[in-house]
Design a protein around this ligand. Structure first.
Ligand SMILES: [Mg+2]
Length: 220
C-alpha cells in the first residue's frame, strides 16, 4: 500500500474494482485475453498478432507520456472499437462467478468504512459487470454509487467520470479519496483534481483501510 494523500476532511471513498476489491491474476488475464480474442476476430487477425499490436500501442503511449500506462478501453478505441462495442463485449464475455468467491474480510472492511464515509465504485467495466462482481464477493450492498464504462461512455482516467462519481456521492471532489491498484489509471488524475489517493497492491490492503483511516485521525 502507498498512501499518497488523505485530506484532513474526507466524506467519500471512490474504489476501483478489478485488482483492488479482489486479487485474482487468472481472472484479470481472462478479461484481457478474451477482449483481445474478440478484437482479433473483428479484425480478421490472429490472437498473437493482435496482442503484439496492442503491446506496441502500450509502449508508444508510455514513450509519449513519460512512462504512463493506458487503459485497455482507450487502446481499443484507438483500434476503432467504439465504447458501445467494448461495453457489449465486456457484458457478454466476463463471468466473475467462474472466478470469484465471497470475501468476508472485504465485506467487514467495507461495512466499517461505510459507517463513516459514502462509498462509490468507479470501474472501467460496465455497471452490469460491476454488480455481478460485487454479488460474487458478497459486497453488493456496500456501494450505493456505481459508475462504470457505460455511465459516461469514457474510459479511465476521466475527469468527467470522476466528477460524476463525486456528484452522485454528494461530495466535493476535495473530500473524496480514490483507492485503486494502478497509479496512472486510478490515482494520478484524482490527485491532480484535489482528491486523496491510496494505492492498494492487493485486496489485503483494502482489509487494512479501516485502520489506515483510524490512524489518520478518523473515528469509524
Ligand atoms: Mg484495477
Amino acid at each position: 500500500m502507498k498512501i499518497f494523500l488523505i485530506p484532513e476532511k474526507v466524506s467519500a471513498l471512490i474504489f476501483d474494482m478489478d485488482n483492488t476489491l479482489y486479487t485474482h491474476d487468472g481472472y484479470i488475464r481472462y478479461q484481457i485475453e478474451s477482449l483481445i480474442k474478440k478484437l482479433a476476430e473483428k479484425q480478421g487477425a490472429d490472437f498473437d498478432e493482435t496482442k503484439g499490436a496492442i503491446e506496441a500501442r502500450r509502449r508508444k503511449h508510455a514513450e509519449e507520456n513519460k512512462g504512463a500506462a493506458i487503459s485497455l478501453g482507450n487502446i481499443f478505441k484507438s483500434f476503432g472499437v467504439s465504447m458501445e462495442e467494448t461495453i457489449r463485449w465486456r457484458e457478454e464475455l466476463f463471468r466473475p462467478e467462474l472466478f470469484l468467491r465471497r470475501d468476508g474480510k472485504l465485506r467487514e472492511a467495507l461495512l466499517r468504512l461505510a459507517a463513516r464515509f459514502s462509498l462509490g465504485l468507479y470501474t472501467n467495466n460496465p455497471v452490469l459487470v460491476a454488480r455481478k462482481t460485487l454479488a460474487c464477493l458478497g459486497a453488493e450492498d456496500c456501494f450505493p454509487v456505481i459508475v462504470g464504462l457505460d455511465t459516461c461512455l469514457v474510459s479511465k482516467p476521466s475527469g468527467l467520470s470522476l466528477r460524476k462519481t463525486a456528484e452522485m456521492l454528494g461530495a466535493d471532489t476535495g473530500l473524496c479519496v480514490s483507492v485503486g491498484d494502478r497509479y496512472d489509471i486510478d490515482l494520478a488524475l484524482p490527485l491532480e483534481m484535489g482528491m486523496g489517493g491510496i494505492l492498494a497492491d492487493n485486496v489485503s490492503d483494502v482489509y487494512r483501510l479501516p485502520s489506515v483511516f483510524e490512524d489518520a485521525g478518523f473515528r469509524l
